[in-house]
Design a protein around this ligand. Structure first.
Ligand SMILES: C[S@@+](CC[C@H](N)C(=O)[O-])C[C@H]1O[C@@H](n2cnc3c(N)ncnc32)[C@H](O)[C@@H]1O
Length: 218
C-alpha cells in the first residue's frame, strides 16, 4: 500500500475506480463551472496536488506557463496523463503525494487543490508542503467540501467520519474545517465562496463547499 510522507495510506484502488465515474458525472452537473471559477486568474508556474483524472487540466487558462500535477493512485494518474496530452497548457503528471512534492522551495507561482484536502491523511503537512513550494506571495486556489456552518449538520458529518465514511475507502473526511487549516498553515484567505454542491433539498454530507484563493504569507 502506498503511504504518504506522513504515514497515511493513499492507495485506494476501489475508490479510484468509483471516482472516475463520479468525476465524469459531476462534470456534466455543474462541476465544470466550479472548476472554471477555481482556475480564474491563475498564472505562471503551477503545482496541482491529487489531480485525479486530470479533469482540471482543460480549465487552465493560457496565462499558465506549465503545471506539475502529482497523483498517487496509478489508475487515476494514467487517466491524468492522457488528459495532459489533450490540454492546451503544458502539464507534467508525476507519481507523488501532497506531503512530498518533487520541487524546490518557492518553485511555483500558484498551487491548486480541488476535492483533495478532504482525502489527505492530515491537512497540516500537505498545506505546509504547498507553502514550501510556493513563492512568497504565491496563491493557493482551492475548491473543497468542508464542515457545515450549521452545528447540527456538522455533528452529523463528524459522526459519519467516526463511523461509516471511512469504509467508503477513499480516505475522505466530511467534517474538516479546511479554511481554518489553510489559515493555520500560513496563508491569508483572499476570497472564499461558500455554497452547497449539489444544491439539492436533502444535502449530501459533502455538499457544504468552499472555493477561493489564499495568499502564501511571508
Ligand atoms: C476526490 S479525488 C479528487 C481528484 C481531483 N483533484 C478532482 O478535483 O477531481 C481525491 C484525490 O486525492 C488523491 N489523494 C489522496 N491522498 C493524497 C495525498 N496524500 N496526496 C496527493 N493526492 C492524494 C486521490 O488519489 C484522488 O485523486
Amino acid at each position: 500500500m502506498t503511504r504518504s510522507a506522513v504515514g497515511g495510506a493513499v492507495h485506494h484502488p476501489w475508490f479510484a475506480r468509483l471516482w472516475v465515474r463520479i468525476a465524469a458525472a459531476a462534470e456534466e452537473h455543474g462541476a465544470a463551472e466550479h472548476r472554471a471559477r477555481l482556475l480564474t486568474g491563475i498564472a505562471g508556474r503551477v503545482v496541482e496536488i491529487g489531480a485525479g483524472t486530470g479533469v482540471n487540466f482543460a480549465h487552465y487558462p493560457a496565462t499558465v506557463d506549465d503545471v506539475l500535477a502529482v497523483e498517487p493512485e496509478p489508475l487515476l494518474r494514467g487517466l491524468a496523463a492522457r488528459a495532459a496530452e489533450r490540454a492546451t497548457v503544458r502539464v507534467v503528471v508525476a507519481d507523488g503525494v501532497a506531503e512530498r512534492i518533487p520541487a524546490e522551495d518557492g518553485a511555483f507561482d500558484a498551487a491548486v487543490a480541488s476535492l483533495v484536502l478532504c482525502s489527505v491523511p492530515d491537512q497540516a503537512p500537505a498545506l505546509a508542503e504547498l507553502r514550501r513550494v510556493l513563492r512568497p506571495g504565491g496563491r493557493l486556489h482551492f475548491w473543497e467540501h468542508v464542515r457545515a456552518d450549521g452545528a447540527g449538520f456538522a455533528r452529523v458529518q463528524a459522526l459519519l467520519d467516526r463511523t461509516v465514511w471511512p469504509r467508503l475507502g477513499g480516505g475522505c473526511h466530511t467534517s474538516r474545517d479546511t479554511a481554518a487549516a489553510i489559515t493555520a498553515a500560513g496563508f491569508t484567505l483572499e476570497r472564499v465562496e461558500r455554497f452547497r454542491f449539489p444544491a439539492g433539498r436533502v444535502p449530501s454530507p459533502t455538499a457544504p463547499q468552499i472555493l477561493g484563493t489564499a495568499l502564501r504569507d511571508g
